[in-house]
Design a protein around this ligand. Structure first.
Ligand SMILES: NC(=O)c1ccc[n+]([C@@H]2O[C@H](COP(=O)([O-])OP(=O)(O)OC[C@H]3O[C@@H](n4cnc5c(N)ncnc54)[C@H](O)[C@@H]3O)[C@@H](O)[C@H]2O)c1
Length: 453
């Protein structure tokens, strides 16, 4: 089939490349000229394992191309819309400006029957508004149908998640649109992936609802962790006990600095804002607390860092390991790690950050932060080391070797990636977010100031 994908960011670029790999002719369209140029040369402008290979394959066979011209995209028979839907400035609601602009740019060129398929995460009710917009502005008018096909991919696993999803959700109004989308995803459907055909509103709700469930779970486990801290209980044992319960499961059950990124925070807020508009504001208050508990983890991390520095943040040298919102990604959108790093810097600390992938993006967003090119470089002469993203390589840091690098062997592990026994045995003062204060580990060199040099 001939398909277009409008909006070629984390979601759209991956979607376009994966569709081409499924055998379709695909044109990706974006307003960002630099992004279109990068994608056209076979390079994703962000880190996503396997994506560059798919891009190059698609470009080489001619199955895939990119453009900034909506008229070119409009020549396809089916149009995916993957533009961003960030939080609206000054509000918790979703900002649909890019979605409206993308639809408005495509509409004048839609002069024959076709299907427009939303993949962006949107407030329930958006698909109907898009359909109305197209009905009044596309030359083909009512012949332009709308479907919603939410995307559940995870950054860092986006290619695998797109080609081998847990489920396909097809929000359609007609059998023919259901059939068309099953053809688009024919190899995925043939592989036995569950397909849920539903109405537009349920499909729109699917992605935000999944994110709201995950966000609530993370904040709940962070509440448990905070209680563990003051009750002298062990949150690692507690979550293991909970995870062994089949009804609860063990995934997304690790306490820490909380959720961030381009999806969970804004989707949680947008869901609550939409629920309020729909007259369901009272129960949606639950999500405001989820958000507050999440933001509280950042404040707790900053407070703990200040306490470990004896209250003297100004002038302290702080090493931050990890600024991506999660491991496996270079995305720093609403990153809790970057937020903590920038706040400590604003309070007068000299912060040096290192991230295996997100250093460039961190510097673009927070130019005042010094970006190091490795763990040792970041930690040189540090008074405190913070681990703020759960990159697996941080678990492999040799605490003995790092003693010679830092000024003071103090580490705050806000993602529970370090082995406390190993670090304490090496002589580090270690605090792990969520571990009880009584269990805060002090090594033999703690507070001696002799770890540097
Ligand atoms: N990133 C994810 O992991 C993920 C997963 C599932 C769903 N989503 C949802 O997908 C949507 C896109 O997210 P993203 O992370 O890819 O965002 P993104 O910011 O990486 O990409 C959005 C792209 O849309 C482009 N754009 C904006 N206005 C445009 C217009 N008028 N015409 C053409 N292109 C335009 C931007 O230039 C950008 O390249 C959001 O609704 C998000 O919630 C994201």
């Amino acid at each position: 089939m001939h398909l277009s994908v409008t909006g070629t960011g984390y979601l759209g670029a991956t979607h376009a490349a994966c569709l081409a790999s499924l055998g379709h002719r695909v044109v990706g369209c974006d307003t960002d000229v630099a992004k279109v140029e990068a994608l056209s040369s076979g390079h994703a402008p962000f880190h996503e394992p396997g994506l560059d290979d798919l891009l190059r394959d698609g470009l080489a066979t001619g199955a895939l191309r990119f453009t900034t011209d909506p008229a070119v995209a409009a020549q396809a028979d089916l149009h995916f819309v993957c533009v961003g839907t960030p939080q609206r400035p000054g509000s918790h609601a979703a900002d649909l400006t890019a979605l409206d602009a993308a639809v408005d740019a495509l509409a004048p060129h839609l002069d024959r029957p076709c299907l427009v398929v939303g993949k962006s995460t949107v407030p329930v009710g958006t698909a109907r508004q898009v359909a109305e917009r197209l009905r009044t502005s596309a030359p083909a008018g009512g012949e332009v149908r709308v479907a919603w096909n939410p995307e559940f991919l995870r950054e860092g696993h986006a290619v695998a998640d797109s080609l081998h999803p847990d489920r396909l959700v097809l929000g359609v109004e007609r059998d023919e649109d259901d059939q068309l989308l099953r053809e688009v995803y024919a190899p995925v459907v043939a592989a036995g992936v569950p397909v849920v055909r539903t109405d537009l509103a349920t499909a729109e709700l699917a992605k935000v609802s999944a994110n709201v469930m995950l966000a609530a779970r993370i904040s709940l486990v962070n509440l448990l962790a905070e209680v563990c801290e003051v009750a002298d209980a062990d949150v690692a044992d507690l979550t293991r006990i909970l995870g062994l319960d089949d009804r609860i499961g063990s995934l997304f059950l690790s306490p820490g600095l909380g959720f961030g990124g381009g999806c969970l925070p804004k989707d949680t807020r947008a869901f609550a804002a939409r629920a309020e508009e729909l007259g369901v504001g009272a129960p949606a208050a639950l999500l405001r607390v989820v958000d507050e508990v999440n933001m509280r983890q950042r404040a707790r991390t900053i407070d703990q860092a200040a306490a470990m520095l004896g209250g003297r943040v100004g002038g302290a040298r702080v090493a931050v390991l990890g600024v991506a919102f999660k491991a496996g990604s270079d995305d720093v959108r609403d990153s809790p790690a970057l937020d903590v790093a920038a706040t400590l810097q604003a309070r007068g600390a000299r912060v040096r950050v290192y991230d295996p992938r997100a250093g460039v993006n961190a510097h673009r967003v927070q130019p005042a932060l010094e970006v190091a090119d490795g763990v040792e470089d970041a930690c040189r002469d540090a008074d405190l080391v913070l681990v703020l993203t759960e990159w697996p390589e941080f678990a492999g840091i040799d605490p003995v070797a790092l003693l010679d690098v830092v000024a003071h062997p103090r580490v705050l592990d806000a993602r529970l990636v370090l082995e406390p026994d190993k670090w304490c045995a090496a002589g580090w003062e270690l605090h792990a977010l969520g571990r009880s204060l009584g269990r805060t580990m002090r090594g033999s060199a703690s507070g001696s100031g002799s770890g540097g040099g």
